[in-house]
Write a protein that binds this ligand. Structure first.
Ligand SMILES: C[S@@+](CC[C@H](N)C(=O)[O-])C[C@H]1O[C@@H](n2cnc3c(N)ncnc32)[C@H](O)[C@@H]1O
Length: 266
């Protein structure tokens, strides 16, 4: 998906990227071009419309796709994902980590219809970009680099890490794992500190999702100013009373994913 093109007017054309000597006669000639066109190899065709992913033309292409791999516009992320789900597509797409906190996206993650891909496990790294890019983060050894902070893969393709169990070693104590002021769950500040022996609801950082194995944990909801999905039906009261759901002793935590450990019995 490249930048949007002006609507409609462009003539329909076929662009041939490369013509190999397909018939092996020692020369690249019209026979090779004819073979390429007939077999639809190495060709790219211009779209007739403006390339909006919501256009009928793009939807027809989407229907033909086995797997969609792209970097969609972040401002239309919810809509883009909804379209992929509607068309039951397998996908591997980039998005901002903050999109996890959107209600529609969080719901899909909770329902195991989408998860984080083999990303960078929450780390940010530099990406080399072409020399002609005007905006960049740094130049190292004459090469330009971008720093797309918090960009992760979202996918519904199997990822090996999703089957790996997180090894837990900490034991629950009241002192180390305080409760939120307005929500009945304990707070865990780091994923590796999830207590191994706690059966009830725990609030963990968003980066937990890089380690999430649905056989080990169940996602209950997300905790922000209010809960994301209102699973416990507390939002009306929280709004009315100006409560902040991640507060502990009056101090707010950042967004938390509410989980339960499926392997710990009460
Ligand atoms: C996150 S950028 C990806 C850029 C691309 N991967 C690249 O390296 O050039 C999203 C792209 O989606 C395009 N875009 C914005 N709105 C769109 C829409 N409604 N339909 C299709 N593409 C759109 C933007 O022009 C932009 O090029």
């Amino acid at each position: 998906m490249e930048g949007l093109k002006p609507k409609g007017k462009e003539p329909f054309k076929i662009e041939i990227k490369e013509v190999p000597d397909t018939d092996g006669d020692g020369a690249v000639n019209l026979d090779d071009v004819e073979y390429l066109l007939k077999h639809d190899k190495n060709t790219a065709t211009s779209l007739r419309g403006n390339g909006d992913f919501r256009s009928d033309e793009c939807i027809e292409f989407l229907k033909k796709a086995d797997i969609v791999v792209t970097n969609p516009p972040f401002s239309l992320f919810r809509e883009y994902v909804a379209q992929l789900v509607e068309h039951k597509k397998k996908f591997l797409i980039m998005g901002n980590q903050n999109a996890i906190t959107y209600k529609e996206i969080f719901k899909l993650i909770k329902e195991n219809q989408m998860w984080l891909g083999q990303s960078l496990n929450g780390k940010n790294i530099l990406f080399q970009i072409p020399d002609y890019y005007e905006s960049y983060y740094k130049i190292i050894d004459g090469k330009k680099y971008a720093f797309p902070k918090g960009v992760v893969w979202f996918t519904n393709l199997d990822v090996p890490k999703r089957n790996e169990e997180l090894v837990l070693y900490k034991k629950y104590t009241k002192e180390q794992y305080p409760r939120y002021d307005n929500y009945n769950a304990i707070n865990v500040d780091r994923t590796e500190q999830i207590p191994m022996d706690y059966a009830d609801v725990m609030g963990v950082p968003i980066t937990f999702l890089h380690k999430y194995n649905p056989n080990q944990f169940e996602i209950i909801d997300g905790l922000n100013r209010y809960t994301i999905l209102d699973v416990a039906g507390l939002n009306n009261n929280a709004v009315k009373n100006h409560l902040h759901m991640t507060e502990i002793g009056g101090k707010s935590k950042y967004f938390r994913v509410l989980i339960k450990n499926k392997k710990v019995k009460k």
